[in-house]
Design a protein around this ligand. Structure first.
Ligand code: SF4
Ligand code: SF4
Length: 383
């Protein structure tokens, strides 16, 4: 087994690649106590940081690729070690060295497709707007209120397309002048960046920024918290500043402004799963709850691990492309939590979470016990 150490250059490289705070770690182990991996197997971020400090990390092992960048350890670390930056630096190092293993095969395939077609599915760019067939969706023009940027997942995946369709129904009902850029759009690149492929991320980001500027985009509406995070927090690295709103924020705004009215009841007991990139990473906890509690008949019950303590679904950090053993899926725990609580519907606001939770629902045999829905799918039924 290859060990990259103890070369001083490795440590310097990690620092240069954004992992400088590794040196602040005093090995308290708080990160390991909150990491969701330790609910299903053994994984130590503390150890990974320690080994990195000495340049002793075996970067080809799965451990380098486990972190889902959920952010739970980052918020608990007493020394501001910024574990996500560190692990992404390690992955950049591994990518730079051309590290390859079976686990990363789908990541390579996604990267090739992102480069060629702007989506990770080996799907044609020309089909990116096919989900709009039969719907009232226009191409974005400068005088419109907002650009709806439908992420790759909701544009191409049959299940997730329902999120885009529901969003369109909501926008049209509220009389919003919106448009899409369809085939001109590229993946936001959030996941590929977290796998360590910085070059490809930069290319996707620059192409999207160019497209937005050329089309006079100022305000962007997104379904995915991953697109939200990238456009809002990472585009400023390229001096690109757009106003970015997640659908939960936008619907809250539409309801408050009296543009969208909830006119029907939803007589079900539901629980809400906070997506990491909406909640912990971007502080959007209240808006989804405000929407849900405004729906007559709906009973919102909270899981123990909610808001800042929400349990990751397991799909972040590029893990959406990496196979996770059935018994190691965090989303299984989440589904069991929701079922034990007596919820009839598990609602969330992220396409990645929907993939994981739907898989767990079927894998655990809960087809007739509970439904998994995006918040837009509930709204569609009550407006
Ligand atoms: S919580 Fe922070 S200081 Fe403690 S072991 Fe983890 S990285 Fe190090
Ligand atoms: S970011 Fe989340 S998955 Fe990654 S090490 Fe920290 S707690 Fe674990």
């Amino acid at each position: 087994m290859e060990t990259e150490a103890p070369f001083k250059e490795i440590i310097e490289e990690i620092k240069e690649l954004g992992g400088d705070p590794i040196n602040y770690c005093y090995q308290c182990g708080k990160c390991d106590t909150v990491c969701p991996w330790n609910k299903v197997t053994n994984f130590s971020m503390r150890k990974l940081i320690r080994e990195s400090t000495f340049g002793l990390t075996e970067i080809e092992l799965e451990e380098t690729w486990r972190c889902t960048t959920c952010g739970k350890c980052v918020q608990k670390c007493p020394r501001d070690v910024r574990q996500i930056d560190d692990v992404v630096a390690l992955r950049r190092l591994a990518t730079g060295y051309g590290v390859s293993n079976a686990l990363l095969k789908p990541v390579r395939s996604a990267a090739t497709s992102l480069l060629a077609e702007g989506n990770p599915f080996v799907q044609e760019r020309a089909k990116r707007a096919d989900w709009t067939k039969g719907l009232d969706v226009k191409t974005f023009t400068e005088n419109m209120e907002i650009l709806y940027f439908s992420c790759c997942y909701v544009s191409y995946d049959a299940r997730l397309m329902e999120i885009a369709k529901a969003t369109v129904e909501i926008l049209n009902k509220a009389g919003v002048e919106f448009g899409i850029l369809g085939t001109e759009e590229n993946c936001c690149g959030e996941s590929i960046r977290k796998t360590g492929n910085e070059e490809l991320f930069k290319r996707l980001a620059k192409d999207n920024i160019k497209t937005f500027i050329e089309n006079g985009v100022k305000r962007i509406l997104v379904s995915s918290p991953h697109c939200y995070h990238t456009f809002k927090n990472e585009f400023p690295e390229f001096s690109a500043h757009f106003e970015v709103v997640h659908i939960t924020e936008y619907v809250t705004e539409l309801i408050r402004d009296g543009r969208l009215e909830i006119s029907k009841e939803y007589n079900k007991k539901i629980t809400y799963h906070d997506p990491c990139y909406l909640g912990r990473h971007n502080g959007i906890f209240d808006e989804p709850r405000e929407i849900l509690t405004n729906i007559p008949g709906l009973e919102l019950i909270e899981m123990t691990e909610s808001r800042e303590e929400s349990l990751c679904c397991g799909m972040g950090g590029g893990r959406v492309w990496i196979d996770t053993k059935m018994e190691e899926r965090f989303s299984n725990i989440r589904m069991k939590d929701a079922v034990e609580l007596g919820a009839e519907v598990l609602v969330t606001a992220c396409p990645y979470c929907i993939i994981a939770l739907e898989d767990s629902r079927l894998g655990l045999g809960y087809e007739d016990t509970i439904q998994v829905k995006d918040i837009t799918e509930i709204l569609r039924e009550v407006i």
